[in-house]
Design a protein around this ligand. Structure first.
Ligand code: FAD
Length: 491
């Protein structure tokens, strides 16, 4: 047996490698960069440690399953701790609310901020979302996707399909069910968790806030990157060979199946099975022979890419006055303007964006008495906007700091140093087209069906990671790995 080659050491690729090695396969991971983790990156400098990508872990049970299936349990290798409140929100009118870690405490927090009536409305929408989760959680997310007919068959009865209502948007749901415009903004925010526009994604995505509230929001002590380190260690313990600085430039395949991968330096690695953690658009455009990739490329052309992100890493002197919030979102007055700037005809950096701040209260990530802030705003992809244009990234970082100051958080005179990560950086460093964070977006009723499947178009080729089913985000990419390991089976 030539074995399995996994292309890409992102969390999807590593999770697949660990599972396949535990199933007895001989696994090699080839990664173009010089480290593992992909978007789950890290920056250490002058006593500060930043997660440069993900900062909120939801559904940690997915990683508990992964670690349990491949060796020692997760909690023996990393310290996963609850974040409470999961996130603190500030609206344009100055209203503030923290959504507690415990699901049962959420209505009281909303009632205190918006009144009993709004809290009851939110509770009812979440109860419906719980029902939707029952319909899609296991049957859609944890299994390979087989197309619309398959989805319909899996929905137990027509009432369930009516509840899923793929034609209804999240925005329409918010309008219909919430009187308070601030609750609508809160619901809209969850569209961005799949890199999408609330005006275009199906209302079934209301499962996202449900999942966050039901399973809670979590942090990994030392930073989320520690989870990536633990997974890379797990792979090594299982005998997986990790090769860095090894870009794959082609996958050898005929209609009979895959036979290997070619590296940039001309080396060829034979494989019976290739698992791609590469952005599916790149896989089908650049790596696979054109004749094999025709059909999936057609589907991808009809899908809308997900948004990207502009990240500002701030090494701050001293402590911010007031209560400490691990995650914070400061909303703008006109949230729609953000989605117009990103998904509209003339994409541009969002002038007045919602700003997300992650500032862990963890002595491991900042010198004593100081703070490490990860600041993220949604951004259009590299391509439609040239983020490499001289001065753009720096000017935009200044703007984000001004926006923060206007919303009551002026940290400009506390910045020891700062670094930025633009969509162009995500594209260069992780190979995602335009720096998309989540592959294709969920925009449109058919988005989930246009998402590339886990089984590729030639025998022996499989897809994991955020650009394949079931989608992006740390839990979903690990789910894609479980699906793929199930499709491949034991050695
Ligand atoms: C700013 C930001 C914030 C985020 N916040 C969160 C969050 O709070 N919570 C959450 O759950 N998720 C979050 N995400 C999303 C999450 O990071 C991703 O969905 C997930 O990490 C993607 O993992 P992956 O395995 O699909 O791909 P990636 O992490 O993109 O890994 C792909 C790997 O493949 C390698 N590669 C690409 N092409 C080749 C090639 N030709 N040859 C060899 N190697 C190749 C790349 O170098 C990379 O290492 C965030 C992402 C970003 C960018």
């Amino acid at each position: 047996m030539a074995g399995v080659v996994v292309v890409g050491a992102g969390m999807g690729g590593l999770a697949a490698a660990a599972r396949l090695a535990a199933l007895g396969h001989r696994v090699t991971v080839v990664e173009q960069g010089d480290t593992h983790g992909g978007k789950l990156g890290t920056l250490h400098r002058d006593g500060y440690t930043f997660d440069t990508g993900p900062s909120l872990l939801t559904m940690p049970q997915v990683y508990r399953d992964l670690f349990a299936a491949t060796g020692a349990p997760l909690d023996t290798v990393v310290d996963v701790v609850p974040v409470d409140p999961v996130c603190h929100y500030r609206f344009a009118d100055g209203t503030e609310v923290g959504l507690p870690h415990a699901e049962e405490d959420v209505p009281a927090a909303l009632a205190a901020a918006f009144g009993e009536r709004s809290a009851a409305q939110w509770r009812r929408v979440m109860a419906d979302a719980a029902h939707l989760w029952g319909l899609v959680g296991e049957s859609v997310l944890q299994r390979p996707l087989g197309g619309l007919g398959d989805l319909v068959r899996r929905s137990a009865n027509p009432r369930d399909l009516a509840a899923i209502a793929p034609w209804r948007t999240l925005r329409a749901l918010g309008r219909a069910r919430f009187d308070d415009p601030r609750l609508r903004v809160l619901l809209d925010r969850y569209a961005t968790y799949s890199g999408s526009d609330p005006r275009r994604i199906p209302a079934v995505l209301s499962v996202v806030p449900y999942v966050e509230q039901h399973f809670g929001g979590w942090y990994v002590r030392g930073g989320l990157r520690v989870l990536g380190d633990a997974l890379a260690d797990r792979c090594r313990e299982l005998g997986v060979r990790l090769r860095f600085n090894a870009p794959v430039v082609g996958i050898d395949a005929t209609s009979a199946g895959v036979s290997g991968v070619r590296l940039g330096d001309g080396e060829r690695i034979a494989a019976d099975v290739v698992v791609s953690d590469v952005d599916a658009e790149v896989l089908y455009r650049d790596l696979l022979p054109a004749r094999s990739a025709r059909r999936p490329r057609r589907a991808l052309r009809r899908a809308v890419p997900s948004l990207s992100g502009f990240v500002l890493l701030l090494a701050l002197r001293g402590r911010t006055p007031g209560p400490r919030h691990h995650h914070r979102v400061l909303f703008p007055a006109d949230y729609d303007a953000e989605f117009d700037a990103i998904f509209g005809r003339a994409p541009r950096p969002v002038p007045d964006p919602a700003v997300y701040i992650c500032s862990p209260d963890d002595p491991a990530v900042a010198p004593e008495g100081d703070e490490a802030w990860f600041v993220l705003v949604n951004a259009p992809r590299q391509g439609p906007v040239d983020w490499r244009a001289p001065g753009l990234a720096d000017d935009y970082a200044d703007r984000v700091l001004r926006v923060l100051a206007d919303r009551g958080l002026d940290v400009r005179d506390r910045v020891r140093w700062r670094e930025v990560r633009t969509p162009a950086d995500w594209e260069r460093d992780t190979g995602s087209v335009g720096g998309s964070i989540y592959g294709t977006s969920s925009n449109g009723p058919r988005a989930a069906l246009l998402r590339p499947r886990n089984r590729g178009p030639v025998p022996g080729l499989f897809l994991v990671g955020g650009s394949a089913h079931p989608g992006g985000g740390l839990p979903l990419v690990a789910m894609s790995a479980a699906i793929v390991a199930g499709l491949i089976g034991p050695a």
